[in-house]
Design a protein around this ligand. Structure first.
Ligand code: UGA
Length: 441
């Protein structure tokens, strides 16, 4: 079976390499020729565990990348995996998607095809795509992805469910081809959810919005917990022991970031609005998240110093989450900007070299004055902590594993602001640190 995958971002690249590992003949398509060149020489354009090793195994075997759309003609299945970024008003911008659909139309030929939408798209999009392709022998299927950055390749091979949205869920003939593609997972007992297009499209948004809501909920509770002197970590842990609630995504912190939650929560709110509905819950999830980092700065950091101007801080963690190099909507970067704006000097560190590099590039492009003057990105934790007036944890790495007893000798003032509640406060206090977490002291 021949497969074309349009788009080589997170979703498309993982899909291309994953499907080639499953034995299919795959062509990955992207307009970015530099990316294509790199991928064809076995170099991954993403920082993802396992990805480059696997890419090297299949490239020039049953996997190739190209910037031409011609392979569509010869393919049985075309996966659309292009980005649907946020437009200026918070809606999902579908320009890349519709341009990919036009390319499919151009190269479709007369061989019947299944066009699979993996991009996150507003409810109703598959129906519109079918309308655009109505004169061609094409089935349109919605197949949202649930990959997490950093462990996306593992997630591809261990899905918790596979959702397939079709025009008519009664007529499952249309998914036969796709079921052959995902046969490996069916044999492993992975549940398949077969639904209408609209249901499938909404499953994706509702899943991300629900996880984001769990985070904003615990962040909201953490503020109350802070005032009444409760320990939010224990609150979250005990809540999670109830099967109906579940333990995950109840870690309070400076808020959620990344390329998915912020954009998808906003886009879902906008979809409500487009039907003249208001979702108070979705809007609250977003607004709690938007103010969480500032709340942390005002109520923890600024409250301690009075004025942070001229003070030096070590900000530990730069990417939006551990083991990625992705700075999109990173709360660590938001915090750095707040500190710089308030006149502080910032020393930033991340365990991932590419995350440090991306931070340097970001500030070189946007504001060369802060980089090297009031912002320094360092390669070693020790250098980052040297002579600082405060340490801020901004990403949920297991920083606890570091030798904080020795590290204490480096700092000017042993005070830790734990923006992700990942540190063991008792041990730190016993070592002589002053500790501020979220929802506990
Ligand atoms: C998220 C979803 O988890 C995936 O299922 C989905 O496929 C993906 O979006 C997508 O739509 O493509 P991802 O953006 O990789 O995946 O990141 P998460 O691991 O979900 O974390 C998102 C943010 O939430 C991070 O900034 C993290 O620090 C924050 N978070 C997470 C918390 O603040 N508290 C928690 O308890 C958990």
């Amino acid at each position: 079976m021949k497969i074309s995958v349009i788009g080589t971002g997170y979703v498309g690249l993982i899909q291309s390499v994953g499907l080639s590992k499953l034995g299919f003949e795959v062509t990955g398509i992207d307009i970015d020729e530099r990316k294509i060149k790199k991928l064809n020489s076995g170099i991954s354009t993403l920082h993802e565990e396992q990805l480059e090793e696997e890419l090297k195994l299949f490239i020039n075997e049953n996997l190739k990348f190209t910037s031409s759309y011609e392979s569509i003609n010869d393919s049985n299945i075309v996966f659309l995996c292009v980005g649907t970024p946020q437009d200026d008003f918070g809606n999902a911008d579908l320009k890349f998607l519709y341009s990919a659909v036009e390319s499919v139309k151009k190269y479709i030929g007369d061989k019947p095809k299944t066009v699979v939408i993996k991009s996150t798209v507003p409810v109703g999009t598959c129906r519109k795509i079918k309308e655009i392709l109505k004169d061609y022998p094409v089935e349109v299927i919605s197949n949202p992805e649930f990959l997490r950055e950093g462990i996306a390749f593992k997630d591809f091979f261990e899905p918790e469910r596979i959702v397939l949205g079709v025009e008519n869920p009664e007529n499952i003939e249309t998914i036969n081809l796709l079921k052959r593609v995902y046969n490996h997972f069916e044999k492993k007992g992975v549940p398949f959810v077969i639904s209408s297009w609209e249901t499938s499209e909404l499953i994706k948004y509702a899943s991300n919005a629900f996880l984001a809501t769990k985070i904003s909920f615990i962040n909201e509770i953490s503020k109350f917990s802070d005032i009444v002197g409760a320990d939010i970590k224990t609150v979250g842990k005990a809540m999670g022991m109830d099967d109906r609630i579940g333990p995950k995504f109840l870690n309070a912190g400076i808020g959620y970031g990344g390329s998915c939650f912020p954009k998808d929560v906003k886009a879902l709110g906008k979809q409500f609005e487009s039907f003249e509905l208001e979702s108070k819950l979705i809007n609250a999830t977003e607004s709690i998240n938007q103010t969480q980092t500032t709340w942390f700065f005002e109520n923890k950091i600024k409250k301690y110093y009075g004025d942070v101007s001229g003070k030096t801080f070590a900000v530990l963690g730069l990417a939006f989450k551990p083991f990625t190099d992705d700075l999109r909507e990173s709360k660590a970067i938001e915090l750095i900007n707040i500190l710089l704006k308030n006149g502080a000097i910032v020393k930033g560190f991340d365990y991932i070299e590419k995350a440090r590099e991306n931070t340097i590039n970001k500030y070189t492009l946007s504001d060369s004055k802060s980089l090297g003057y009031s912002l320094h990105i360092l390669d070693e934790l020790n250098d980052t902590l040297f002579n600082v007036d405060g340490i801020i944890i901004a990403t949920e790495y297991d920083f606890d594993k570091e030798n904080w007893s020795e590290l204490k000798n480096l700092v000017n003032n042993p005070v830790i602001f734990d923006g992700k509640n990942v540190m063991d406060s008792k041990t730190l206090k016993s070592l002589g640190y002053t500790y501020f977490g979220i929802g506990k002291n």
